[in-house]
Design a protein around this ligand. Structure first.
Ligand SMILES: Nc1nc2c(c(=O)[nH]1)N[C@H]1C(S)=C(S)[C@@H](COP(=O)(O)O)O[C@H]1N2
Ligand SMILES: [Mo]
Length: 159
Protein backbone atom coordinates (compact mmCIF):
# COMPACT_ATOMS: atom_id res chain seq x y z
CA UNK A 1 0.00 0.00 0.00
CA UNK A 2 1.27 3.43 -0.85
CA UNK A 3 0.06 6.96 -0.34
CA UNK A 4 -2.55 8.40 1.96
CA UNK A 5 -5.53 7.09 0.01
CA UNK A 6 -4.56 3.52 0.89
CA UNK A 7 -3.83 4.21 4.56
CA UNK A 8 -5.73 1.95 6.91
CA UNK A 9 -8.33 3.86 8.92
CA UNK A 10 -6.75 2.96 12.28
CA UNK A 11 -3.57 4.91 11.42
CA UNK A 12 -5.62 8.02 12.10
CA UNK A 13 -6.94 6.80 15.42
CA UNK A 14 -9.33 4.17 16.65
CA UNK A 15 -12.39 4.35 18.82
CA UNK A 16 -11.93 2.86 22.28
CA UNK A 17 -14.58 0.22 21.84
CA UNK A 18 -12.63 -2.94 22.38
CA UNK A 19 -13.95 -5.92 20.56
CA UNK A 20 -14.22 -8.77 23.10
CA UNK A 21 -14.76 -11.51 20.50
CA UNK A 22 -11.90 -13.10 18.53
CA UNK A 23 -12.66 -12.67 14.81
CA UNK A 24 -11.09 -16.05 13.95
CA UNK A 25 -10.05 -19.07 16.04
CA UNK A 26 -6.60 -19.64 14.49
CA UNK A 27 -3.62 -17.62 15.82
CA UNK A 28 -1.45 -18.29 12.72
CA UNK A 29 -0.21 -15.04 11.23
CA UNK A 30 1.19 -13.89 7.89
CA UNK A 31 4.31 -11.76 7.62
CA UNK A 32 4.76 -9.74 4.45
CA UNK A 33 8.21 -8.35 3.65
CA UNK A 34 9.00 -5.12 1.84
CA UNK A 35 9.52 -7.07 -1.42
CA UNK A 36 6.02 -8.57 -1.15
CA UNK A 37 7.13 -12.11 -0.25
CA UNK A 38 5.32 -13.71 2.66
CA UNK A 39 5.91 -16.19 5.48
CA UNK A 40 3.27 -18.06 7.48
CA UNK A 41 4.05 -18.09 11.21
CA UNK A 42 2.27 -20.39 13.65
CA UNK A 43 2.15 -20.23 17.43
CA UNK A 44 4.67 -23.11 17.50
CA UNK A 45 7.01 -21.15 15.24
CA UNK A 46 6.86 -18.23 17.68
CA UNK A 47 7.61 -20.61 20.55
CA UNK A 48 10.81 -21.76 18.87
CA UNK A 49 12.25 -18.22 18.71
CA UNK A 50 14.10 -16.61 21.65
CA UNK A 51 11.59 -15.62 24.36
CA UNK A 52 11.51 -12.28 26.15
CA UNK A 53 9.44 -10.64 28.88
CA UNK A 54 8.02 -7.15 29.31
CA UNK A 55 7.37 -6.45 32.99
CA UNK A 56 4.94 -4.01 34.57
CA UNK A 57 2.43 -3.71 31.75
CA UNK A 58 -1.16 -2.64 32.35
CA UNK A 59 -4.23 -3.22 30.26
CA UNK A 60 -6.03 0.08 30.51
CA UNK A 61 -9.17 -1.32 28.99
CA UNK A 62 -12.02 0.88 27.93
CA UNK A 63 -14.17 -2.23 28.23
CA UNK A 64 -13.47 -3.48 31.74
CA UNK A 65 -11.18 -0.98 33.47
CA UNK A 66 -7.51 -1.21 34.29
CA UNK A 67 -5.88 -4.49 35.17
CA UNK A 68 -2.29 -5.40 35.91
CA UNK A 69 0.59 -5.10 36.32
CA UNK A 70 1.27 -8.06 34.06
CA UNK A 71 4.47 -9.59 32.78
CA UNK A 72 3.85 -10.38 29.14
CA UNK A 73 6.01 -13.02 27.48
CA UNK A 74 6.67 -13.76 23.86
CA UNK A 75 8.92 -12.85 20.97
CA UNK A 76 10.44 -9.42 20.50
CA UNK A 77 9.00 -7.94 17.32
CA UNK A 78 12.56 -6.99 16.30
CA UNK A 79 13.74 -10.62 16.75
CA UNK A 80 10.83 -11.98 14.72
CA UNK A 81 11.56 -9.64 11.82
CA UNK A 82 15.26 -10.52 11.88
CA UNK A 83 14.55 -14.27 12.05
CA UNK A 84 12.33 -14.04 8.97
CA UNK A 85 14.66 -11.72 7.06
CA UNK A 86 12.07 -8.96 7.04
CA UNK A 87 13.83 -5.61 7.30
CA UNK A 88 11.66 -2.51 7.58
CA UNK A 89 12.63 0.65 5.73
CA UNK A 90 10.12 2.83 7.50
CA UNK A 91 7.49 1.09 9.63
CA UNK A 92 5.68 -2.13 10.44
CA UNK A 93 1.89 -2.43 10.50
CA UNK A 94 0.57 -5.00 12.98
CA UNK A 95 -2.98 -5.87 11.96
CA UNK A 96 -5.78 -8.01 13.34
CA UNK A 97 -8.58 -9.68 11.46
CA UNK A 98 -11.22 -7.41 13.04
CA UNK A 99 -10.02 -4.24 11.34
CA UNK A 100 -7.77 -3.08 14.16
CA UNK A 101 -4.08 -2.38 13.94
CA UNK A 102 -1.13 -0.32 15.02
CA UNK A 103 1.90 1.11 13.26
CA UNK A 104 5.33 0.57 14.82
CA UNK A 105 8.02 2.89 13.54
CA UNK A 106 11.31 1.25 12.54
CA UNK A 107 13.01 3.64 14.97
CA UNK A 108 10.96 2.21 17.86
CA UNK A 109 11.98 -1.39 17.19
CA UNK A 110 15.23 -1.59 19.17
CA UNK A 111 13.03 -0.64 22.12
CA UNK A 112 13.82 -0.75 25.76
CA UNK A 113 15.87 -3.83 26.69
CA UNK A 114 13.89 -4.38 29.89
CA UNK A 115 10.47 -3.72 28.34
CA UNK A 116 10.67 -4.68 24.66
CA UNK A 117 7.93 -4.45 22.05
CA UNK A 118 6.53 -7.98 21.99
CA UNK A 119 4.31 -10.30 20.09
CA UNK A 120 3.02 -11.74 23.32
CA UNK A 121 1.76 -15.28 23.71
CA UNK A 122 1.95 -15.49 27.51
CA UNK A 123 0.77 -13.41 30.44
CA UNK A 124 2.27 -13.91 33.89
CA UNK A 125 3.81 -17.19 32.71
CA UNK A 126 0.54 -18.66 31.42
CA UNK A 127 -0.27 -19.23 27.76
CA UNK A 128 -2.87 -16.60 26.83
CA UNK A 129 -6.25 -17.75 25.64
CA UNK A 130 -7.49 -16.74 22.23
CA UNK A 131 -9.99 -14.45 23.98
CA UNK A 132 -7.10 -12.67 25.73
CA UNK A 133 -5.70 -11.87 22.34
CA UNK A 134 -3.07 -14.40 21.47
CA UNK A 135 -1.08 -13.29 19.56
CA UNK A 136 -1.18 -9.85 21.23
CA UNK A 137 1.08 -6.91 20.36
CA UNK A 138 2.50 -5.29 23.49
CA UNK A 139 4.12 -1.85 23.31
CA UNK A 140 5.00 -1.38 27.00
CA UNK A 141 5.58 2.37 26.68
CA UNK A 142 2.15 3.12 25.23
CA UNK A 143 -0.05 5.57 27.11
CA UNK A 144 -3.14 5.47 24.93
CA UNK A 145 -5.47 3.10 26.78
CA UNK A 146 -4.38 -0.07 25.01
CA UNK A 147 -4.69 1.25 21.46
CA UNK A 148 -1.26 -0.31 20.84
CA UNK A 149 -2.23 -3.70 22.27
CA UNK A 150 -3.47 -5.31 19.10
CA UNK A 151 -5.28 -8.52 19.96
CA UNK A 152 -5.45 -11.43 17.49
CA UNK A 153 -2.57 -10.27 15.29
CA UNK A 154 -3.22 -11.81 11.88
CA UNK A 155 -0.86 -9.90 9.61
CA UNK A 156 2.45 -8.10 9.95
CA UNK A 157 3.08 -5.86 6.98
CA UNK A 158 6.63 -4.57 6.71
CA UNK A 159 7.18 -1.26 4.86
N1 LIG B 1 -7.99 -6.73 17.58
C1 LIG B 1 -8.33 -5.78 18.45
N2 LIG B 1 -7.44 -5.42 19.40
C2 LIG B 1 -7.76 -4.46 20.30
C3 LIG B 1 -9.02 -3.79 20.25
C4 LIG B 1 -9.95 -4.21 19.24
O1 LIG B 1 -11.08 -3.70 19.12
N3 LIG B 1 -9.57 -5.21 18.37
N4 LIG B 1 -9.31 -2.77 21.14
C5 LIG B 1 -8.17 -2.15 21.86
C6 LIG B 1 -8.62 -1.35 23.00
S1 LIG B 1 -9.20 0.22 22.67
C7 LIG B 1 -8.52 -1.82 24.30
S2 LIG B 1 -8.95 -0.84 25.62
C8 LIG B 1 -7.97 -3.19 24.57
C9 LIG B 1 -8.87 -3.99 25.47
O2 LIG B 1 -8.23 -5.18 25.81
P1 LIG B 1 -8.99 -6.29 26.64
O3 LIG B 1 -10.15 -6.77 25.80
O4 LIG B 1 -7.98 -7.36 26.89
O5 LIG B 1 -9.46 -5.63 27.89
O6 LIG B 1 -7.78 -3.95 23.37
C10 LIG B 1 -7.18 -3.21 22.33
N5 LIG B 1 -6.87 -4.13 21.25
MO1 LIG C 1 -9.00 1.33 24.75
Amino acid sequence: MQGDAAEPAWVHGHAHEPNPVPPTPDPTLILQRVDGSTATISLDDLGRLPQATAQDCFIVSTGHGTSGPFAFGGVRLADLLAAYDAHPRAYVDVISADGFGNRVDAAELPGDAARPILLATHCDGQAMTRAQGVVRLIVPQETDDALRQVKWVARIQVH
